[in-house]
Design a protein around this ligand. Structure first.
Ligand code: SAH
Length: 471
């Protein structure tokens, strides 16, 4: 079937892709090509009948644009945010929250079946009901707004449109906190007054690149950090006065210097202009200090649910030795330490390990020890040289999953229980397939919707060692 760019088709959306895009098959394609021709239609919802315009035709499938919804799906809702379609931040705002959750649960299960090779009935049996959010908006504790200039020379802040660096102006994102708008109004008005120019990616000139805002949900503390193409700006103290006067909870105001021509948002140097260097938040009764650069989970409500699940899957009685691989600032490690004999954390970012050590001290935890380095190097090295042991291993790797060297050492250490916290169920399924071919058995798991309105989903899985019978 010869599909051309800009051709328009009527198509019924019968499935959803991994990023939440609608999938439909052209009805007469079988007759024409002998194969079904598939359209991937961003912004179309499962159950819709739509007019879709082909953007990128390929052999057997095409990416298409939603032109018009002819018959809306019963799962369709009116997006809360006016920019939901253009903005790259949300993929699922037009889908009812109940169906978003069902979609994510299905995505995890399908990956376990298709990539992990587990039987569908078995997956249905072991997976517990997905955990969604009671209030699926305003859940993010962190936002990084890029700053630019519009045609009239006015400063704008917002989010990038999908797959581009075009800024969609929006100071009041529906996923973020109410303080975001207050801060942005103050910062942008100030910069207009003082003629502080926005950074321009194409020329590398200008000063203000991003505004980073973080809020400790349990403490109400607000951190504002301006990311500059330079190291300072005029009248810094005047802006500090305005922020500290008008923003409720204002605790830390800093500038970060990033003079590189890069997509990486933050540079390495941060200078506090007023207030504290860090803010604090609590999860499950533990206090964590957060600096502008440190990694911290963006959805505190679901993070507590995920950590509690990981803790319950770890099955601790107080006598166990536990390894927490990919531990970040030690959040899971400290959660587990309260109910284990000893916890060891491994993390690649040295500053995160500094934070982890300070967090342990801050919370009076003395049975957690942290190592800096790659899990796939630190673990094999310690196993070879010191013969380290674990009753339980928890892993929480980035999207690419665990390195095989790391998995091989886990297999040698043979902990009774393995808890896998994952932000990408495709790599999770790949790693589980390997572990389960080597003596581990999948016992239970659960999906957590950490990113309502977005396409991603977190999963927590528990495995036990069952020796040869698992092979
Ligand atoms: N468990 C933490 C962090 C999870 S995010 C939390 O819940 O907050 C994944 C972490 O893995 C990040 O902190 C990242 O810096 C770290 N990381 C990435 N690659 C790594 C590797 N090869 N070895 C160890 N840590 C790694």
């Amino acid at each position: 079937m010869n599909i051309q760019k800009n051709q328009i088709f009527t198509v019924k959306i019968t499935d959803m892709g991994t990023d939440g895009e609608g999938i439909g098959h052209l009805e007469d394609s079988d007759a024409l090509s002998g194969n079904g021709y598939t359209l991937f239609v961003k912004d179309a919802v499962l159950g819709d009948t739509v007019l879709a315009k082909v953007v990128k035709p390929k052999k057997g499938y095409a990416f298409a644009r939603l032109e018009e919804v002819l018959e809306p799906s019963s799962d369709r809702v009116e997006p809360v945010c006016a920019y939901a379609r253009q903005c790259g931040g949300c993929q699922l705002q037009a889908v009812s929250y109940e169906k978003q959750l069902a979609f994510k649960d299905r995505k995890v299960k399908n990956n376990l079946i298709r990539i992990g090779g587990f039987a569908p009935d078995f997956v249905e049996e072991i997976m517990e009901a997905p955990v969604g959010m009671e209030h699926p908006f305003h859940y993010r504790n962190k936002a990084q707004f890029p700053v630019g200039m519009d045609k009239n020379g006015r400063l704008i802040a917002g989010f990038y449109a999908g797959r581009t660096h075009t800024i969609i102006e929006n100071r009041d994102c529906a996923l973020g906190v109410a303080e975001n708008k207050i801060v942005l109004d103050i910062v942008l008005d100030f910069c207009m007054e003082k003629k502080i120019p926005a950074y321009d990616e194409t020329t590398g000139k200008g000063l203000l690149r991003h505004v980073l805002i973080r809020k400790g949900f349990s403490t109400g503390q607000i951190m504002v950090c301006l990311i500059l193409n330079g190291s300072s700006f005029a009248a810094e103290q005047e802006l500090a006065d305005r922020l500290f006067e008008k923003v409720p909870g204002m605790t830390s105001f800093s500038v970060n210097s990033n003079t590189e021509r890069t997509n990486v948002i933050m540079g390495s140097k941060t200078r506090t202009i007023r207030g504290k260097d860090r803010i604090e938040d609590t999860i499950g009764g533990l206090v964590f200090t957060i600096s502008p650069q440190s990694f911290y989970q963006v959805n505190p409500v679901q993070t507590e649910n995920i950590y509690s699940q990981a803790l319950s899957y770890a099955g601790l009685t107080g006598n166990e030795t536990v390894w927490d691989l990919y531990c970040g600032i030690g959040t899971i490690s400290l959660f587990l330490a309260r109910q284990a004999k000893q916890v060891y954390g491994v993390e690649i970012v040295p500053q995160a390990i500094d934070d982890a050590r300070q967090n342990a001290v801050r919370n009076g935890i003395d049975n957690a020890k942290f190592y800096v380095g790659k899990a796939e190097e630190v673990l094999p090295h310690l196993y070879e040289t010191e013969g380290i042991f674990a009753d339980v291993i928890v892993v929480d790797p980035p999207r690419k999953g665990c390195d095989e060297e790391c998995l091989n050492t886990i297999l040698k250490m043979r902990p009774k229980r393995l808890v896998y916290v994952s932000c990408d169920s495709a790599t999770l399924a790949r790693d589980l397939k390997y572990l389960c071919s080597q003596g581990y058995e999948l016992k239970c798991g659960r999906a957590f919707d950490n990113f309502p309105m977005g396409g991603h989903v977190e999963t927590v899985i528990m495995m036990t060692y069952c020796g040869d019978k698992g092979k």
